[in-house]
Design a binder for this molecule. Structure first.
Ligand SMILES: NC(=O)c1ccc[n+]([C@@H]2O[C@H](COP(=O)([O-])OP(=O)(O)OC[C@H]3O[C@@H](n4cnc5c(N)ncnc54)[C@H](OP(=O)(O)O)[C@@H]3O)[C@@H](O)[C@H]2O)c1
Length: 263
């Protein structure tokens, strides 16, 4: 299917690795011009080169920390300076640390809120004029977690703070319409460096005897495998495209069917 986003301008945050990188790769493969971002400049440059190998449009790397509002402003400015507009905003971020409630202090809570919620607030605010006025219908896709459907063990910050992003996404789908659609994807386990770290931490806590035992346990779902990040990236590209033009305000779980909730 031609997603008809050839030549459009997209910004994908936190995209030197994992699900952000997969989303940027999927958009770039469909011909979108993209800006990618992360804090580590070397890793960002490597990712730029990897995506350029499959891209038909331009790929621009803009370093920046999503907890810094000036860096966020620069991300939007760079996209508009480079491509003249911004049609698609994809918000990913690093994950909050794992841990139980009693292991989590005030600083952890404020940092998780800054990283996961305030980054999306600031990105959406700065992006709105361009998303609304472009020749294409603007789109926002937030990469969150299935933890908003079903609380996960030892992930109190993800379970709690991400709920704010889903309320925000639903509100934007109403307030920014009809010019802009806003949706979210809720990943279950996909084999990225984030998941590798979480499994290693669980091994260190003594939850599993080995990495293999942990990753097999995390992959527990009816499809009996962990997700490939590109499966999620392709869904993000679809949600950014006119092919999904009537999908708005939705949060789509991508977890191989492991979440028990009926809706
Ligand atoms: N992978 C999964 O199975 C899964 C499941 C559910 C939810 N999620 C969520 O999806 C999101 C992405 O996860 P992932 O697995 O793709 O992680 P990942 O592979 O570790 O990638 C995280 C990316 O975010 C960047 N990043 C981290 N903190 C940043 C900051 N403050 N400012 C800018 N960039 C930052 C990292 O680069 P730098 O460190 O260089 O900045 C990297 O590019 C996370 O919120 C995670 O919790 C993932």
């Amino acid at each position: 299917m031609d997603l008809q986003i050839d030549g459009n301008a997209a910004l994908v945050t936190a995209s030197s690795s994992g699900l952000g990188k997969a989303s940027a790769t999927a958009l770039a493969s469909e011909g979108a011009n993209i800006v990618i971002n992360s804090r580590n400049e070397d890793r960002l440059a490597e990712t730029k080169a990897e995506i350029e190998a499959v891209a038909t449009g331009d790929v621009v790397a803009q370093p920046g920390d999503l907890t810094d509002k000036d860096d966020i402003q620069r991300l939007i400015e760079t996209t508009v300076d480079e491509f003249g507009t911004l049609d698609h905003l994809v918000t990913s971020a690093g994950g909050p640390p794992s841990g139980s409630f009693l292991q989590t202090d005030d600083e952890d809570w404020y940092h998780a809120y800054d990283l996961l919620v305030m980054s999306v607030v600031r990105l959406a605010r700065e992006a709105e004029p361009y998303l609304s006025e472009g020749k294409e219908m603007g789109t926002i896709v937030n990469i969150a977690s299935r933890s908003v459907k079903e609380a996960l063990d030892s992930l109190v910050l993800s379970n709690s703070v991400r709920m704010g992003v889903i309320g925000l996404e639903k509100t934007l789908s109403q307030e920014f319409a009809p010019d802009v659609r806003a949706n979210a994807v809720l990943p279950g386990p996909h084999e990225t460096s984030r998941i590798q770290t979480l499994v290693e931490q669980a091994v260190d806590r003594g939850d599993y005897d080995s990495y293999e035992e942990g990753i097999n346990d995390w992959a527990g779902n009816p499809l009996e495998r962990i997700g490939d990040p590109m499966e999620l990236g392709n869904t993000v590209a679809y949600l950014s495209s006119p092919a999904s033009g009537f999908i708005n305000g939705q949060s789509i779980v991508i977890d191989g069917g492991s979440t028990g909730a009926n809706l």
